[in-house]
Design a protein around this ligand. Structure first.
Ligand code: CMC
Length: 427
């Protein structure tokens, strides 16, 4: 591609540099556009806008490729562990020698939360959605860990990152325990990150929870598949919040709030609810017809993606894993049959083919999470837990970026032009 882009406005010509990354589309550097032309660009939803430079995650949506630091997601999901992927995202390279064990020890030593946080939980209603609790409690962490909120200190930034990755499972499990009226379970340092989370969630004082290795492996895989996803809505929210200099705990709370929406992380809960509502494969055509009806706001949840227009590589891994996990756990959930049949029918339908709509990561994850024993309200919490690694990696990258500025988009104003105020009696 040319190394400059030519642009004409109001009869005048302008040239802008074209920048190339290591792979992927080039970008036109329009930073001087407003100063030179007096015009903004207009791109609601940022469909054509690169908001930052990043070396963490690469997606080729047409080819269905997802790479973390260059490594394909299917290789990481099949061969790595969530802790290793977390290290990779944060540090840029796979750990060597004893580095991974040291990283795991660091994370393990941060899994406990300040005891005062337990009191904080008790301010929530028992029937509160766990995402509401998670958002509030993570935001509150900045009130407990003052010694890691100076974002100008790289050491404090790293401690805050480790704290967030380590404490998220504890807080997520506490949110669950609170919602079911059971006592909180403290973390245990002899267990893996994932086994510890499962135990804190499902163990009760009256009965120890034996972590099934099949369940632990499936959970770990789900965490890997959700760990990062480039500049998605919640990650961009974390970056935007962080661009003002806000502390990392507040930024991650902002990311959690954004993730909750049904168009984003909330889709895993909505997808399983939808599959359960469909109930049996014979009702699928009714739902397909609704999804295609322009006058019906219904969408097939777990279908479609802003970036993937071929297939979502995470869905491929999860589709396979769903069958394996259910078989290994000896569970026969009719929801999996409904999901497979829905996928088959949708992928033969011209509406979905033309619009390039394929199952996304949320389509099959719910089937596995439900088999493990999680209620649907916990699904997005698990997404947030895993995505915290990506959020902190992206937040650290942004803070260290010399090009970093406060995020401040402009607008196409369509409101009233200047007019004089009229006192109420004269209106
Ligand atoms: N069911 C039916 N039609 C759909 C769907 C769907 N799930 N998704 C998109 N469409 C149609 C949409 O109506 C539109 O049609 P038209 O061009 O005739 O107006 C066209 O496809 C393009 O949709 P869009 O909303 O402009 O596309 P987008 O890139 O803005 O939205 C999306 C992407 C993921 C928000 C959307 O596909 C969606 O709402 N999917 C369901 C929710 C979901 O599963 N979200 C999880 C995303 S993956 C996990 C994550 O990263 O959070």
């Amino acid at each position: 591609m040319a190394d400059t882009a030519k642009f004409e406005l109001g009869g005048k010509g302008f040239e802008y540099p074209v920048l190339s990354g290591s792979t992927g589309p080039d970008v036109v550097d329009i930073r001087k556009l407003y100063a030179q032309t007096g015009a903004f660009t207009y791109d609601p939803g940022f469909t054509s806008t690169a908001s930052c430079e990043s070396s963490i995650t690469y997606i080729d949506g047409d080819a269905g490729i997802l790479l973390h630091r260059g490594y394909p997601i299917d290789q990481l999901a099949e061969q790595s562990t969530f802790m290793e992927v977390a290290y990779l995202l944060l540090n840029g390279e796979l750990p060597e020698g004893t580095t991974l064990e040291e990283f795991k020890t660091t994370i393990t030593r941060h899994t406990m939360v300040n005891e005062q946080l337990a009191t904080f939980f008790r301010g929530f209603r028992r029937d509160a959605h766990p995402m509401a609790i998670l958002c509030g409690v993570v935001g509150a962490l900045s009130a407990f860990y003052h010694d890691s909120t100076d974002i100008t200190d790289p050491q404090q930034r790293m401690i805050a990152s480790h704290r967030l990755i380590a404490k998220m499972p504890t807080i997520a499990a506490m949110a669950y325990k609170y919602s079911v009226g059971q006592p909180f379970v403290y973390p245990r340092n002899d267990l893996s990150y994932t086994a510890n989370f499962l135990r804190m969630t499902f163990s009760v004082p009256a009965e120890e929870y034996e972590v099934d290795p099949v369940v632990e492996a499936a959970m770990d895989k789900i965490f890997i598949l959700h760990a990062d996803h480039e500049q998605n809505a919640s990650t961009s929210t974390v970056r935007l919040a962080g661009s003002s200099g806000a502390n990392p705990f507040a930024c991650i709370a902002a990311g959690i709030a954004c993730l909750w929406g049904p168009a984003h992380g909330g889709a895993n809960e909505a997808a399983l609810n939808m599959l359960r509502e469909i109930g049996t494969p014979d009702r699928i055509p009714e739902y397909i017809a609704r999804a295609k009806n322009k006058d019906d706001p219904f969408r097939l949840m777990g279908f479609g993606h802003r970036v993937y227009k071929n297939f979502d590589p995470r869905a491929k891994v999860l589709s396979k894993a769903a069958g394996e996990v259910l078989a290994k756990l000896g569970k026969n959930d009719p929801v999996l049959d409904t999901a497979r049949e829905l996928e088959r029918i949708a992928l033969e339908d011209p509406y979905f083919i033309d619009k390039k709509l394929y199952p996304n990561v949320d389509f099959y994850s719910g089937v596995i999470l439900s088999a493990i024993g999680f209620p649907t309200t916990m699904f997005t919490v698990l997404f947030a837990l895993a995505r915290t690694t990506g959020w902190v990696a992206q937040w650290n990258e942004m803070i260290a970026d010399p090009e970093q500025k406060i995020g401040r988009p402009r607008q196409l104003y369509t409101g009233a032009t200047q007019r004089d105020y009229i006192p109420v009696a004269d209106r």
